[in-house]
Design a binder for this molecule. Structure first.
Ligand SMILES: [Zn+2]
Length: 164
């Protein structure tokens, strides 16, 4: 079962690399995502609307989604990302991921690929889902999303954008 999942991830990565487009196209998704989060945090979207909008972006063809830390590690190894780079990435993304889980929300690691002159580049991220499978109120979900965005010691530019 685990092997099947890993095989599936490999085939997704290969497809995503083949389909990779420019950085500017990928940045457009990132901006849309930040806007959806801002709208949710500022009460313009309900949890249900937030989930529906976020899920549409999740399935963009330039993205690989990892459900667990083990899957993310597998993907980064497969891509040949160095141990040092992995450590930095893990420290940051796991802070988002673990804080989301601690607040009763679901989190997914999200790797977005884009084409460069020498191959491809990668933007890592963590999506926090306002799962509807629990009894949290919309405001409790908003609080969980907010604290998971601010969880890493060094918030990124992209993280800050979500809170503007
Ligand atoms: Zn971040």
């Amino acid at each position: 079962m685990i092997n099947q999942r890993m095989q599936h991830l490999k085939s997704i990565i290969d497809k995503v690399k083949r389909n990779a487009t420019s950085l500017s196209e990928v940045e457009a998704y990132e901006q849309q995502e930040a806007m959806i989060i801002r709208e949710f945090l500022s009460h313009k979207l309900s949890s249900e609307q937030y989930e529906a909008k976020l899920n549409r972006l999740t399935h963009e063809p330039q993205r690989v989604i990892c459900k667990t830390v083990e899957e993310l590690k597998f993907v980064l190894d497969y891509l040949g990302v160095s141990e040092k780079e992995q450590q930095d990435l893990f420290e940051h993304e796991k802070a988002h991921f673990n804080e989301a889980k601690a607040n009763g929300l679901q989190a997914r690691f999200c790797l977005t690929f884009y084409r460069t002159a020498s191959g491809f580049g990668l933007i890592p991220g963590t999506q926090v889902h306002a799962t509807l499978l629990n009894t949290l109120s919309d405001d409790e979900r908003r609080m969980g999303v907010r604290t998971s965005i601010t969880a890493p010691k060094n918030m990124s530019e992209a993280d800050m954008q979500m809170l503007l």
